[in-house]
Ligand binder design. Structure first.
Ligand code: ZN
Ligand code: ZN
Length: 339
């Protein structure tokens, strides 16, 4: 009888592949469950490349980037410019290492404090996160476990470096495929930008637009991340991109359909939060989450779903649909429908 091979768990390593002449996808492993890898994109520019994003910093992570580059006959020394779509660890983490190795400049949006402040003062960042969670009604026991697991853990960033140039509208990035323009797309993160090549209609979308709709917002830095994300979808829609090079997963062509899918999922979730709070309020965010998603909170989804729900509640508060009732004596805040 032929042997049936058992499930083979492939060790994740950096991999490089050409997606178009002069454009390479560098797929870099991530230590996160459910998000096994992220992309950096190399685009030919003269005798070198422009590198868009650079992966998470961890033990051995530089080796993965070098391996991915080597698979397409490139080296770190070829990097002439590093452009980061946003300051999350999986896109900016190795920026200092890449700059050190290649001598290139880093260009990134100036609103990177959401990350740089965290990496400069992890204790303060943790304290703020815990305070938001406590205010949202998370019980103290799982909160302490979370805090313990985070203390002294890897931040995912080699070293904080400031951009040499602020990546703002009007800045142009020259490559062999033509010039790329900068489009501010906050929502997922305050520092998020998309890069667009108009003649070829190519969009480097970071985490703003992914092949599989996946909503995540950085809470606590801007007034209305969900509202900002919706406006950013409008921004990208006007570009008319033909091919999207996303921050995770494969390239995709039906860009407009992806924009619409994101918009309808946000609209659906916002409506759900409004329903849950209207029916069950006054309610904490922690108690609302299982009703919104139809599933229990677990340590795996807690952070993600809580901040997403909190962002929708904030959005509805700004629209005059919900009100927050401040917690008394250090208790959590509760939400009710506005009358
Ligand atoms: Zn991100
Ligand atoms: Zn990402």
């Amino acid at each position: 009888m032929p042997r049936v091979p058992g499930p083979e768990r492939k060790r994740e390593v950096g991999r490089g592949e050409r997606v178009l002449p002069g454009v390479w996808r560098l797929r870099l492993p991530l230590p996160w469950p459910g998000v096994p890898h992220g992309n950096a994109w190399a685009v030919a520019a003269g005798d070198g490349i422009v590198l868009f994003d650079c992966g998470y910093h961890d033990e051995g992570s530089l080796g993965h980037l070098e391996r991915a580059l080597a698979m397409v006959n490139l080296k770190l020394e070829h990097v002439r410019l590093l452009v980061c779509t946003h300051a999350h660890t999986d896109h900016y983490g190795q920026a200092a290492t890449v700059v050190d190795a290649s001598g290139c400049e880093l260009w990134m949006h100036p609103n990177h404090e959401h990350m740089t402040r965290h990496a400069n003062d992890p204790e303060e960042w943790l304290r703020r996160r815990l305070e938001v969670a406590r205010q949202s009604g998370v019980p103290s026991e799982p909160l302490e476990r979370f805090a313990e697991s985070r203390r002294g853990s890897n931040t995912g960033i080699a070293r904080i470096i400031e951009p040499d140039k602020d990546l703002l509208p009007g800045v142009e990035i020259g490559t062999d495929l033509g010039t790329w323009t900068v489009h501010e797309t906050p929502g997922h993160a305050p520092s998020h930008v998309c890069l667009y090549q108009p003649e070829r209609r190519l969009l480097i979308s970071g985490d703003h637009l992914l092949g599989r709709v996946s909503l995540y917002y950085d809470y606590g830095y801007t007034p209305d991340p969900a509202g900002e994300f919706l406006s950013s979808l409008d921004t990208v829609e006007t570009l008319g991109a033909r091919l999207c090079l996303p921050g995770h997963g494969r390239t995709f062509t039906d860009v407009q359909a992806h924009i619409e899918a994101n918009r309808s999922l946000v609209t659906e979730r916002v409506a759900k939060v409004l329903d849950v709070v209207t029916e069950r309020g006054p309610i904490t965010i922690f108690d609302a989450v299982p009703q919104v998603y139809g599933e229990a909170i677990t340590p795996m989804n807690a952070n993600w779903w809580m901040s997403e729900t909190l962002c929708y509640a904030n959005h509805l508060e700004r629209l005059g649909r919900l009100e927050r009732i401040p917690g008394e004596d250090g208790g959590p805040e509760r939400w009710v429908a506005a009358d």
